[in-house]
Design a protein around this ligand. Structure first.
Ligand code: HEM
Length: 407
């Protein structure tokens, strides 16, 4: 289990009835050392659909797919202006474009969508595939590895550095900072990580503002906000978010899927046998993503509202955990079970509405490359005896350590 967040418990506001209070600390969930998503889902079963927790600053939690999706779509009522829990200090700079609400948000987001087209993703894929092959072929003869450091993190950092056309060697410097920014329990440490990242990226941001090239970074840092160019400060925050957005999330996803396949021989064999079956692989990938949701971003109420009989007040924070949509037995039969041929798995792993993840196609592609290249070279692998995977819950759920062995 993760460390307790150590954040002081909030006292229950007057409008929150006692029967809707549940002790839910998403940084410290019972059972998450074995199965992160099941640990969240336990609350779905035992608690009201919408409840309030005094943990991490005090916030609501919506547990059912219907509400999670509705809240993500309704940015007028459920604002993105502060998505972290515990909340960042008042006045902290917003993450761009994640913490900007529509309609302003669209201008910021446009270049990202234009830059991450299926064509660009296709070009990147070739490169990512080669990186994956090189990494796997170096590992295969060893018969063992620490999967997270040796593989899961390798693809996404490479993808980012390629996308923004920065030196690939910089990955050794960037990875620990990225880790700290999402994993650190203390807000001060997270802020420090952002500052370190900012210091690194600033040089390149300034360079690309002066001499734009044809890469994603140049597009982001020169966004036209209706006749005016994005400020240097915002441009930097934008670059930082794109880096963080695609790094830990993808590493987490590959980590969870790696741990699942290492412990589920039947599923692994099914994949190995049908790696060339595009339709099957596509549906298997969607099912793996449904069962292993990653990201959590909170919302802030913009007005008083009675939602399904629950009185929410302007300024309240609410967490609609993306992964709980996939674990909801009202929309997915036997949600704990991974069924590669499940018809239409419902999930919200990449969010919904205005902020839905622009990197989703890329992330799915990275997962596919991993499955194809790893399983065709190392089809049979398990958790190293005497070790166990080290999972962690948080704003981005992840796998910190996963020791694997193979014949
Ligand atoms: C498995 C991998 C990934 C997962 C689970 C994931 C999840 C998400 C989710 C749930 C959101 C919406 C957050 C919200 O509504 O508050 C989001 C937004 C975002 N993601 Fe991803 N993501 C992944 C990969 C990526 C990649 C590869 C990139 C970059 C290339 C990326 C960049 C972003 C950005 C920039 C946003 C903010 C979009 C906006 O506010 O308009 N993500 N992601």
């Amino acid at each position: 289990m993760s460390q307790p967040s150590g954040y002081p418990q909030a006292s229950r506001p007057d409008h929150v009835p006692q029967n809707l209070v549940v002790d839910f600390d998403f940084l410290n969930l019972p059972g998450s050392d074995k199965d992160v998503q099941a640990a969240y889902a336990a609350f779905q079963q035992s608690s009201p659909d919408i409840f309030w927790t005094p943990r991490n600053g005090g916030h609501w939690v919506a547990t059912r797919a219907e509400d999670i999706i509705a809240m993500q779509r309704d940015t007028d009522t459920f604002s993105n202006r502060s998505v972290t829990l515990p909340p960042m200090p008042e006045g902290a700079p917003r993450q761009i474009p994640l913490e900007i609400d529509p309609p302003e948000h669209a201008r910021y987001r446009r270049p990202l969508m234009q830059a991450l087209t299926p064509g660009v993703v296709g070009e990147l894929e070739e490169d990512v595939r080669q990186v994956a092959i090189d990494a796997i072929e170096a590992l295969a003869p060893k018969g063992e590895c620490e999967f997270i450091e040796d593989f899961a993190k390798v693809l996404p950092i490479h993808v980012f550095l390629k996308l923004v056309d920065l030196p690939v060697e910089d990955k050794d410097f960037l990875l620990p900072i990225a880790e700290k920014s999402v994993r650190a329990r203390e807000i001060a440490q997270r802020v420090e990580a952002h500052q370190e990242m900012g210091a690194y990226l600033m040089k390149y941001v300034m360079e690309r503002r002066e001499n734009p090239k044809d890469d994603l970074l140049s597009k982001l840092v020169n966004v036209d906000l209706g006749g005016e160019r994005i400020s240097l400060d915002e441009a930097l925050r934008y670059a930082i978010l794109v880096l963080f957005g695609g790094l830990d999330t993808v590493a987490g996803m590959i980590g969870f899927v790696g741990a699942f396949l290492a412990t589920h021989d039947d599923h692994r064999r099914q994949l190995v046998e049908r790696l060339d079956d595009e339709k099957f692989l596509k549906s298997a990938i969607e099912e793996l993503i449904r069962r292993h949701g990653i990201a959590n971003t909170a919302r802030v109420l913009t007005k008083d509202l009675t939602y399904k009989g629950v009185e929410l007040k302007k300024g309240d924070r609410i967490l609609p955990p993306n992964l709980l949509a996939g674990m909801d037995d009202r929309v997915n039969e036997n949600p704990f079970e991974v069924n590669f041929e499940r018809e239409k798995p419902v999930h919200a792993a990449f969010g919904n509405g205005a902020h839905a993840c622009p990197g989703a196609t890329l992330a799915r592609r990275e997962l596919r490359v991993f499955l194809q290249e790893w399983l065709s070279r190392i089809p049979d692998f398990h958790i190293k005896p005497g070790t166990k995977p080290h999972f962690e819950t948080g704003q981005v759920n992840g796998v910190l350590r996963l020791d694997l062995v193979w014949p």
